[in-house]
Design a protein around this ligand. Structure first.
Ligand code: GN1
Ligand code: MG
Length: 365
């Protein structure tokens, strides 16, 4: 069934359907997103229907964003943090028939890219996520709730993977046998995470948790970073989540959708650019333990995404939308290859991290 914002939804935000061009927008898997353009003056908005199967309490998203916005307005007044356009009744979310809709302004002169195609883009995007984390580093995390509980809890993702192996239908289990074995062979990544999780020096920070490059708005002419977007998973978490998802998605020339696995390679200069951008903003505030885990970040996120795709394949594709039956299998395989390419380069990549850490610390003195 095609989902479209109806008249009541548009009017709730003070818009009249006759005066609007509406089209589907973005490439996210989870929410339904539309770009609205007023015919009269060309002003644009992004309207989203929140997926309540994934975000079971959309009110938590709104509350987390509000607390972050208030803190940033008080402590970093010049910082651009996208906040929802309220409904005509002054609400952040419009609820109708158990559907949750929200609208945000479209930022003028901005573009997004789905793939980094030069290191500067990786640098700019990473800088934006680093700045967000750094500006929010003094905020009290206690009132924040998880918009998706245990979202990046690898221990639980790993046990969900094991459950899926046990309960999968035979045809899928047989088809995935080798891939399952390969992922199980890297289970030390989950063990390392489990050990780190309770280390007091491995702190919680307010993290974005979806640091793909298309969640950063870039200036359409200069490609300089403007701000981050898609703040649904802004919640307490670990540095390896945000840093790791950047490694997962900026460093390889092809995305998780690529089926020609020979194209999966690690581009060192992109790795360096993103580390530079991120650490320039936040490097100086990290603890020793956090600094020691910067290479692990990439392994952690790629492994977790790989087993999430494979779990979904084994469960019969209940989470990620698919275009063909083996889609989630191929995505998982893609992530396994990416993990292997990354691990092969541990020594040179760790050297890059050391260099960037040194620069970020020296420049703060
Ligand atoms: C989902 O919807 P989208 O594409 O922004 C997922 C992320 C994954 C990503 C993989 C809430 O994000 O965790 O990294 O797919 N978001 C959720 O493409 O599960
Ligand atoms: Mg998202």
């Amino acid at each position: 069934m095609e989902i479209k914002p109806n008249t009541r939804i548009l009017q709730a935000f003070g818009l009249e359907p006759e005066g609007l061009n509406v089209r589907k927008f973005g490439s996210g898997h989870i929410n339904n997103t539309f770009l609205l353009e007023k015919k009269q003056d060309g002003s644009r908005y992004v309207l989203q229907k929140i997926n309540v199967n994934v975000f079971k309490e959309p009110g938590i998203i709104a509350a987390n964003q509000r607390m972050a916005a208030n803190y940033l307005a008080a402590n970093h007044p010049g910082y651009l943090f996208i906040t929802p356009v309220p409904t005509v009744n002054g609400e952040e979310l419009f609820v109708i028939d158990n559907e949750y809709w929200r609208m945000i302004p479209f930022i003028a002169d901005s573009v997004t890219v789905d793939q980094a195609d030069n290191p500067k883009q990786a640098f700019e995007a990473a800088k934006q996520f680093g700045r967000l984390a750094s500006y929010l580093s003094g905020i009290d995390l206690k009132p924040f709730k998880a918009s998706i509980p245990n979202f990046h809890n690898l221990t639980l993702r790993y046990s969900a993977f094991q459950d899926a192996i046990r309960t999968a239908k035979d045809d899928r289990k047989v088809a995935a046998e080798e891939l399952i074995e390969e992922f199980l062979r890297y289970s030390d990544i989950a063990v390392t995470y489990e050990q780190l999780k309770t280390n007091p020096e491995f702190r919680d920070h307010l993290m974005h948790h979806d640091t793909k490059i298309n969640n950063v708005l870039l200036n359409k002419d200069t490609y300089e970073g403007i701000c981050v977007c898609d703040l649904d998973t802004l919640m307490p978490g670990k540095i390896i989540s945000d840093l790791g998802d950047m490694v997962r998605t900026y460093v390889c020339p092809v995305s998780e959708e690529e089926r020609d696995f020979s194209q999966i390679v690690i581009r060192d200069e992109y790795y360096e650019a993103l580390m530079q951008g991120y650490l320039a903003e936040i490097g100086g505030t990290l603890t020793k333990v956090e600094k020691e885990q910067l290479f692990f970040a990439g392994k952690f996120m790629i492994y977790m995404q790989g087993i999430r795709f494979l779990t979904d394949y084994l469960n019969g594709d209940v989470y990620y939308p698919i275009k063909y039956p083996a889609h989630n299998y191929d995505r998982a395989k893609n992530q396994l290859v990416l993990l292997q390419r990354l691990m092969e380069k541990e020594t040179p990549l760790q050297a890059i991290i050391n260099k960037c850490l040194h620069v970020s610390v020296t420049s703060e003195q």
